[in-house]
Design a protein around this ligand. Structure first.
Ligand code: NAD
Ligand code: WQD
Length: 336
């Protein structure tokens, strides 16, 4: 089977491409490299010892998409391409709506025109918003998202639902990721954003490698076990494997729209992650407690039981693995 992976040079996309190739899929990537580097392609090829077909370009470029579908028999699409920085999306919302919505609409139009009706979409736990329980279940209604970024995910989910209602020959799988961290065991691919990171693990890595002086833990007065926020961190390789399971499930299932949480089901506090990182990597992180970050929820984590039951997927990597693999990647990256 040949899978088109949009955003395949990015953090989650690159790990998923490795899993696809390791599982016998052929892969075509389209990425405009707005948040990734072309070298990722050769790293993927080194890891897997397989070739990838790479189109450098924008998913909003309909002509290019048509060419890709004409040049290749695409059996399914995994759609990662999108802008993802929550804070930035508040500052430049139009860019976020333009990029994330337009790219999805263009892709879906070309898929429909090319009679390719199998898509897996990268959604996010952010679509749940504030719920009565911190344990998010797929049966909950989408909540009020806290950023334009989150809104693009909720809007795309709705677009996919409307598309399915109009064309029930589509197989649509919506995967709601929780907090992906970690890196490939090879240390060749991982997440290393330019500039000052917003997300916790990339920030920790910059402090651990002395690129930044100090981590600020945003708030230690929440009503949680140690006062710091609780999230469901998931190893990016576990997450990547979830996409293989989603494709396998779609292959043997009837057309429909399926939605799954991909998370571990366990909440971990910021303080716990800092302690685990220090212990497993045998180092001290310079950190202080600061004010709460606006928009942060105190606690949420996945109910991953639907993914286990229907996809046969669950996380295997531990918090220690995530901390170890993230650090291994950044040390290797900096040493190169
Ligand atoms: P990433 O930025 O590392 O990867 C996204 C890739 O898409 C990048 O390589 C970028 O260059 C490319 N891209 C963006 N817009 C494009 C366009 N219009 N045309 C072609 N390529 C384009 O992000 P990631 O962490 O790998 O996330 C992948 C997907 O998962 C995104 O849709 C993101 O919103 C979603 N997601 C991420 C997280 C997370 O915490 N990382 C959590 C939930 C959901
Ligand atoms: C995790 C915890 C912070 C940085 C975001 C998006 C979400 C999803 C994943 C895409 C929080 C704390 C962080 C720092 C800190 N992405 N923190 N100091 O906010 O849970 O989720 O990424 O869909 O949509 O909102 O992730 O990594 O930013 O924060 O104390 O310097 O770490 O307060 O509790 P978040 P995060």
């Amino acid at each position: 089977m040949k899978i088109l992976v949009t955003g395949g040079c990015g953090f989650i996309g690159s790990h998923t491409v490795c899993e696809l190739l390791d599982n016998g899929y052929e892969v075509v990537i389209i990425d405009n490299l707005c948040n990734s580097k072309k070298e990722v392609i050769s790293k993927i090829e080194t890891i897997t010892n397989k070739k990838v077909l790479f189109y450098e370009g924008d998913v909003r470029d309909k002509e290019l998409l048509h060419k890709i579908f004409q040049d290749n028999t695409i059996d399914g699409v995994i759609h990662f391409a999108g802008l993802k920085a929550v804070g930035e999306s508040v500052k430049i919302p139009l860019s976020y709506y333009r990029n994330n919505i337009d790219s999805t609409l263009t892709l879906l139009e070309v898929m429909q025109e090319s009679n390719c009706k199998n898509i897996v979409f990268s959604s996010s736990a952010t679509v749940y918003g504030i719920q009565e329980s911190p344990k998010y279940v797929e049966t909950m209604e989408r909540g009020k998202t806290s950023s334009p970024y989150g809104e693009t995910k909720a809007m795309i989910e709705k677009i996919l639902e409307d598309l399915y209602a109009s064309d029930p020959t589509f197989k649509i799988t919506i995967l709601r990721y929780f907090n992906p961290i970690g890196a490939h065991k090879s240390g060749l691919i991982g997440e290393n954003p330019n500039g000052i990171p917003n997300n916790l693990m990339p920030y920790i890595l910059k402090v651990a490698t002395h690129e930044l002086p100090e981590l600020t833990i945003f708030g230690n007065d929440y009503d949680t076990i140690d006062g710091t926020c609780i999230r469901d961190y998931i190893h990016v390789v576990d997450l990547a494997k979830g996409h293989i399971k989603a494709l396998e499930h779609a292959h043997k299932s009837n057309p429909n729209i399926y939605t799954y949480n991909l998370g571990s089901g366990h909440g971990v506090s910021v303080a716990e992650i800092v302690t685990a990182f220090e212990k497993v990597n045998k180092l001290k992180l310079n950190y202080k407690f600061g004010a709460r970050r606006e928009g942060d929820l105190p606690e949420f984590y996945a109910d991953p039981s639907k993914a286990l039951k229907e996809l046969g997927w669950k996380t295997e990597e531990t918090l220690e693995d995530m901390c170890k693999d993230s650090y291994h990647f950044i040390i290797k990256e900096k040493g190169e």
